[in-house]
Design a protein around this ligand. Structure first.
Ligand SMILES: Cc1cc2nc3c(=O)[nH]c(=O)nc-3n(C[C@H](O)[C@H](O)[C@H](O)COP(=O)(O)OP(=O)(O)OC[C@H]3O[C@@H](n4cnc5c(N)ncnc54)[C@H](O)[C@@H]3O)c2cc1C
Length: 425
């Protein structure tokens, strides 16, 4: 069906669904087999010349705006388990399965995925891998690129390419699984992935310790690094983030807060909580245990998709620079969650901001992050601010390599044109 379109060819009605940033698709394909998906890509290379992969459509506004009119390819009907040899602790799954469904299947074998994903009922495995999403347990469980060992994806030539394999020891060839992870759907449409999984922990504890400010964070991080403690998460919250996260978890909190997550067998968790008390030299903290930890884990994972104000950023830093980075950001303007153990700071702007104020704040904190060897990306903002705020951060020397890989795999720039780093930068 032909849809009303503006002068650039963008549909003016939402009939084929959103592409993000207020743009609508020219058509939507919902393949339920890889052959159908290849047919859809082949047809769209002819028709519109642009293909926008979609999973749960929970993060379509992430990145730069779509570059030109094109069709959505929704992979959520590719949602089968392909192979689950649970004794080998790997699973091969089609990319459209929701993360919650996958977590449920693994839990039946007392196993789990190694990625914290917000809104798992909606988010798909393919979307989680394409965005490289991570959460509080990245310190202990690693990033998506650390758990993926095999991938299949459909390129703009409408053929399925396979990389990696289904066994952990597999070192031959280019590392396509890691290349596709975090590629934002710009290199191809992920159809299937093989992941390492792990047993569910026997016990879990979350320690909630109020702090006067960020001054002692550095000392604590150094201490944890040198101690026998093995936390899976070390989080540091400013008072505003503590209020949001505590509220979502049914707790009370409105001060700077250190949250330490421990997961292991029952004896190890009990020992580590005792050890934490000794090392930190305080007993005035709360400890949630086992099932009671679930709402707080969820709130710590979902904070990055909260929308309390106009825009949000994510900074990557050396862990030793996190305390200084947080110190000059006023809590009445910012809610801040640091995955302090890995040096990632989630920044939610609070209340009203003009574009000029946002641009000045982003430039200042980005300069600080870049000066410390990191970067700062804008994860959410009005579409009209995106170019000025340069959502993917300060250009880096290795973007040229990324562009060369894109040119080799998608020479006609069919896949998610406009979205990712490097274009027009
Ligand atoms: C910086 C950042 C911002 C986020 N913002 C939000 C947010 O505002 N709201 C929210 O609910 N969650 C957000 N998330 C978390 C999001 O839920 C996860 O990244 C999630 O796993 C996305 O899954 P999805 O299936 O919904 O992906 P979608 O939203 O459908 O797609 C997200 C991106 O991944 C690509 N993609 C999806 N599936 C495939 C595939 N099979 N192959 C190739 N590319 C694919 C899409 O083209 C798109 O660029 C954010 C994550 C990050 C890292």
């Amino acid at each position: 069906m032909k849809r009303e379109a503006d002068a650039l060819g963008w549909p003016e009605t939402s009939g084929a669904g959103p592409l993000g940033d207020g743009r609508f698709a020219t058509a939507v394909h919902r393949p339920s087999t890889v052959d159908e998906l290849c047919d859809a890509v082949r047809a769209e290379v002819e028709n519109s010349g642009a293909v926008y992969p979609q999973g749960g459509a929970s993060a379509l506004d992430y990145g730069r705006p779509p570059g030109r009119p094109g069709a959505a390819v929704d992979v959520s009907s590719l949602n089968r388990i392909v192979d689950y040899p649970h004794a080998d602790m790997t699973i091969t799954v089609q990319a459209g399965m929701s993360v919650a469904a996958l977590q449920g299947i693994l839990a039946e074998q007392n196993q789990r995925l190694l990625i914290d994903v917000p809104r798992p009922d909606r988010a798909t495995l393919g979307g989680a891998l394409a965005t490289g999403v991570c959460g509080p347990r990245r310190l202990g469980l690693g990033r998506p690129r650390d758990s993926i060992i095999g991938v299949s994806f459909v390129t703009s030539n409408a053929v399925e390419v396979k990389g990696g394999g289904r066994v952990v020891k597999n070192v031959a060839g280019y590392d396509f699984p890691k290349l596709l992870t975090g590629s934002m759907g710009t290199l191809g449409i992920i159809t299937q992935a093989t992941l390492k999984v792990r047993p569910l922990p026997g016990a879990s504890a979350l320690i909630w310790l109020r702090a006067d400010g960020p001054e002692r964070l550095d000392e604590w991080l150094v201490g944890f690094g040198a101690s026998a403690l093995r936390p899976v998460a070390v989080e540091f919250l400013n008072p505003t983030a503590a209020r949001i996260i505590a509220g979502a978890a049914g707790l009370a909190g409105d001060s700077w807060t250190l949250v330490v997550g421990i997961e292991d067998d029952v004896n190890s968790v009990a020992w580590q909580v005792d050890r934490f008390r000794t090392e930190i030299g305080r007993s005035d903290f709360d400890v949630l245990r086992d099932e009671a930890t679930a709402p707080l884990w969820k709130a710590l994972t979902e904070f990055q998709v909260e929308t309390p104000g106009a825009f949000a950023c994510s900074a990557s830093l050396r862990p030793s620079r996190v305390a200084a980075f947080l110190a000059d950001l006023p809590p009445e303007r910012w809610a801040l969650q640091a995955h302090a153990g890995v040096g990632v700071v989630r920044m939610q702007a609070i209340g009203e901001w003009s574009e000029d104020e946002a641009a000045a704040a982003v430039a200042a904190k980005r300069a600080q992050a870049v000066g410390d060897g990191g970067n700062l990306i804008v994860t959410r903002c009005p579409t009209s601010w995106k170019a000025r705020l340069r959502v993917w951060g300060e250009p880096r020397a290795d973007w040229a390599l990324g562009r060369a890989v894109k040119a080799a795999l998608d020479p006609r720039n069919v896949m998610n044109p406009g979205r990712f780093v490097g274009e027009d930068e």
